[in-house]
Write a protein that binds this ligand. Structure first.
Ligand code: NAD
Length: 256
């Protein structure tokens, strides 16, 4: 049975990914800072093979604990999904060092530490792959998101470098770049009054938000066995990054 570790699995994209990989027959180890009893029970009730371990992805000690648990229970993970992340909407000139460091620690240091800890086991077995959850914010600038965007650009850089460094040793590393997704992150971001549903819907050629399940499907595609896909950053954005049209042109072209 193939094994997948999914971070940030208590809700949103991480939960949808744990559910999808579980339904595809993976043994899934869910991990999150938040308690996982509820999400775990929901997936167990479906008959899926899931387990859970709580911890903070920014902690090197947790990365070691997680690797020890994976080694003891499964030998090595076949798939690591670095999904845990936080958002920050703040003008660059007002972003504090503490805010910057927190975003970098969770969104970039965490994936590095876990890729290193679980990647070593994959390298020893000469098989496995990692999927990092970046963002369209890793492919271009978005106003008032200097720390978040820099962290996601960094995550894409890390993806490419690990793909180059480990590809020849049996370990592939890829990323997904979702557009705006309807999750609790979006609810919190919209709560700040920074944007509304219409702003996103108008910007996306497919005229809707991403669903957590859309992103999970992209992750599952990249994670599949016997693939030659390595080092890519796959937009799962309904065409957002492909489209340089101005808003009125896009909206008028949709018709009624
Ligand atoms: N929501 C969006 O519009 C959007 C768009 C593009 C990319 N993303 C990315 O997708 C990923 C998932 O986002 P989501 O929308 O599901 O967010 P979410 O806030 O719903 O879920 C994130 C999860 O990560 C966990 N987490 C946060 N800090 C952690 C830490 N230090 N250690 C362990 N777990 C931690 C949270 O507890 C939470 O369960 C993130 O990396 C996010 O940047 C989100």
């Amino acid at each position: 049975m193939r094994t997948a570790v999914v971070t940030g699995a208590a809700q949103g994209v991480g939960f949808a990914t744990a559910a999808l990989l579980g339904r595809k027959g993976y043994q899934v180890l869910m991990t999150d800072l938040q308690p996982l009893d509820g999400p775990l029970a929901r997936l167990q009730a479906e008959g899926l093979k899931v387990a859970a371990i709580c911890g903070d992805v920014t902690s090197e000690a947790f990365a070691h604990d997680l690797a020890a648990r994976v080694a003891a229970d499964y030998g090595a993970a076949d798939v690591l999904v670095n999904n845990a992340g936080i958002s920050l909407i703040s003008p660059a000139e007002e972003t504090s060092l503490a805010q910057w460091q927190k975003v970098m620690a969770i969104n970039l240091q965490g994936p590095f530490l876990l890729s290193q800890a679980l990647g070593k086991q994959m390298l020893a077995r000469k098989s496995g792959n990692i999927v990092n959850v970046a963002s369209v914010a890793g492919l271009g600038g978005v106003i008032h998101r200097s720390a978040y965007n820099a962290s996601k650009h960094g995550l894409i850089g890390l993806t490419r470098t690990l793909a180059a460094e480990w590809g020849g040793r049996g370990v592939r590393v890829n990323a997904v770049c979702p557009g705006w997704i309807k999750t609790e992150m979006d609810v919190a971001d919209q709560g700040s009054g920074a944007y509304g549903d219409e702003d996103i819907i108008n910007r996306v050629p497919m005229a809707r938000f991403a669903r957590p399940e859309d992103v999970a499907a992209g992750i599952a595609f990249l994670a599949q066995e016997d693939s030659f896909v390595n080092g890519v950053s796959l937009p799962v954005d309904g065409g957002w990054t492909a489209d340089n049209s101005w808003d009125a042109l896009r909206i008028n072209t949709r018709g009624g």
